[in-house]
Design a protein around this ligand. Structure first.
Ligand code: BGC
Length: 397
């Protein structure tokens, strides 16, 4: 009997893991999330505090990823550190992020830098956040300053993380809808501003020809029950396709996939009672990645795709491996069908602050909450080995 052959990924494929500044750095006291955490904001069980202290320990984090076998690290800049007051820029903080880029190179990782990952400086939040009259221009100005970090040695820049989730959150919707009343609040003004901000940022980045820029979209794998296809299109368009359409012509688009959203005649449906769920309450659904990649390829009309996030919140690391194996199998099928995929970046490198709580653990690496000691999980070694081989065994070993 012949063995099924290994799944080979394209040459120069990026294999990495991701973090975001506020979720790992600690003490980001100048942003809107810090305010929310200390003022009884919605869905906050505990504050971020010291997070993973990656602000000081980033070299260790980068070294661990390199040792595991990865060639890429996606991290984000914290706008509120670089611009703590409007127009007041910190040279020392810019240098900090330059040192992160340098550390990536020292350990052989390609940096993928996100300019804005959910948090805004407090001063901008006070002005209305993305609804402030000059929000897009201010993000453009921040991008000009961020050029000092990315102009040398950074090929991949993500402007704004999950603008579609930002528009949902600003409109008061939960990120993964579980009630059918959720679809009335999306704020179109936020969506339009985010598109303007993204375009302005890309214009600034275009001054550096070596940079390839795009934005990263939360893929929700909208799955209509029979007969609900029109409502799925209507519901899904402003929450995903609008932002994918805005990526047409970009250098790449980031796809971030975790689960699916089933749609019935009245909109989103709850996760079925018999389905396996993750620590987030999301349905365990590895095919979400393949579905998301195919959808993004279609709607963007062929913009190269980077998987900038994919992962699972679980305390069972073996389940993380199974989930990731399933997701990568679907990704490989999409590549075989001719979709151009640049890389796969897992969420997350570390167990970190999951926007209100440390309980969901998405990390390939565990972090002790008292000592900050890192422990590499078997899933990190497994995925790192896949990365090194640039192939996936067809069945999980
Ligand atoms: C975000 C991350 C978040 C992850 C899991 C994505 O929506 O970009 O910041 O931690 O999903 O919820």
């Amino acid at each position: 009997m012949t063995q099924p052959s290994r799944l080979q990924f394209p040459d120069h494929f990026l294999w990495g893991a991701a973090t975001a500044a506020h979720q790992v750095e600690g003490n980001n006291i100048n942003n809107d999330w810090w305010t929310r955490e200390h003022n009884g904001g919605p869905r906050v069980d505990e504050p971020s505090g010291d997070a993973c202290d990656s602000y000081h320990r980033f070299r260790e984090d980068i070294a661990l990823l390199a040792e595991a076998g990865f060639n890429t690290y996606r991290f984000s800049l914290e706008w509120s550190r670089i611009e703590p007051e409007p127009g007041c820029f910190s040279r020392a903080q810019i240098d900090h992020y330059c040192r992160m880029v340098d550390a990536c190179h020292e350990f052989g990782l390609a940096p993928v830098v996100t300019l804005q990952h959910f948090t805004l400086p407090k001063w901008l939040a006070v002005e209305g956040g993305w609804l402030a009259p000059d929000a897009a221009a201010l993000f453009g100005r921040f991008t000009e300053i961020a050029l000092s970090v990315v102009a040398e040695g950074v090929e991949w820049v993500c402007t704004i993380n999950e603008p579609n989730m930002v528009a949902k959150i600003e409109g008061g919707e939960p990120t993964y809808p579980i009630t059918s009343s959720a679809h009335t609040h999306l704020d179109k003004r936020v969506s339009d501003t985010l598109v303007l901000a993204h375009r302005r940022s890309r214009e600034v980045l275009a001054d550096v020809p070596a940079i390839k820029s795009g934005w990263t979209i939360a893929s929700q794998a909208f799955s209509p029950v029979p007969g609900s296809e029109p409502i799925a299109r209507e519901y899904g368009y402003p929450r995903e396709d609008f932002f994918l359409e805005a990526a047409r012509g970009d250098d790449f688009v980031g796809v971030q996939a975790y689960s699916r959203t089933r749609i019935g005649p009245d909109g989103p449906l709850p996760v079925p009672a018999n389905a396996e769920t993750t620590q987030m309450g999301w349905e365990y659904f590895p095919p979400a990645l393949g579905i998301g990649v195919r959808h993004a390829w279609k709607v963007t009309a062929g913009v190269p795709i980077m998987v900038t996030e994919n992962g699972i919140a679980t305390a069972d690391d073996a389940r993380r491996i199974s989930y990731t194996h399933g997701a990568l199998t679907g990704l490989h099928e999409a590549i075989n069908d001719g979709i151009k995929v640049l890389g796969y970046v897992h969420w997350s490198a570390l167990d970190n602050y999951e926007w209100g709580s440390y309980k969901p653990t998405f990390g390939l690496i565990a972090v002790n909450r008292e000592t900050f000691a890192r422990t590499v999980k078997p899933s990190a070694s497994w995925l790192g080995a896949v990365a090194k081989a640039n192939t996936l065994e067809p069945t999980e070993s």
